[in-house]
Write a protein of this length. Structure first.
Length: 137
């Protein structure tokens, strides 16, 4: 049974939010911004893209930032490519790096990798949603 769209939103709603987070992550970094915060947007993009496919497949999911948990749920109904599984590395950016004193500062190279991972997951979700006739516009 598909979840109530009024509660969960549509796959397109989730994908739109994922693309918004990805766009924010890719903006020119203001001097006072931290790489950690831009990586959080990358994590959010990947998380919301996975949730878009979960909604598309009618799979209930908990409120979580854990990309591994979300992909594990999804893998029961949808093949997940190995390069998409790499996005589990983004999970630390959801909580651990958002607060002082948790871990080391994020480097620009780590940020670049976070964006690449997020872009990969968002593109994958776009392809799946576009290829599913019932997903509509």
């Amino acid at each position: 049974m598909l979840p109530d769209e009024s509660v969960r939103g549509t796959p397109q709603d989730w994908l739109r939010r994922a693309k918004s987070n990805l766009a924010r992550a890719k903006q020119l970094k203001p001097d006072e911004a931290l790489w950690e915060d831009l990586c959080f947007d990358s994590q959010q993009a990947a998380e919301k893209a996975v949730k878009a496919i979960l909604v598309l497949r009618g799979i209930e999911f908990p409120k979580t930032h854990d990309i591994r948990a979300l992909l594990t749920l999804l893998a029961q109904a949808q093949q997940v490519p190995p390069d998409v599984w790499e996005a589990v590395d983004l999970t630390d950016y959801a909580v651990e790096t958002r607060y002082p004193g948790r871990i080391e500062a994020v480097s620009e190279d780590e940020y670049d990798e976070a964006v690449i991972l997020a872009e990969r997951v968002v593109r994958w979700a776009e392809q799946i949603i576009a290829a599913t006739p019932a997903a509509g516009g």
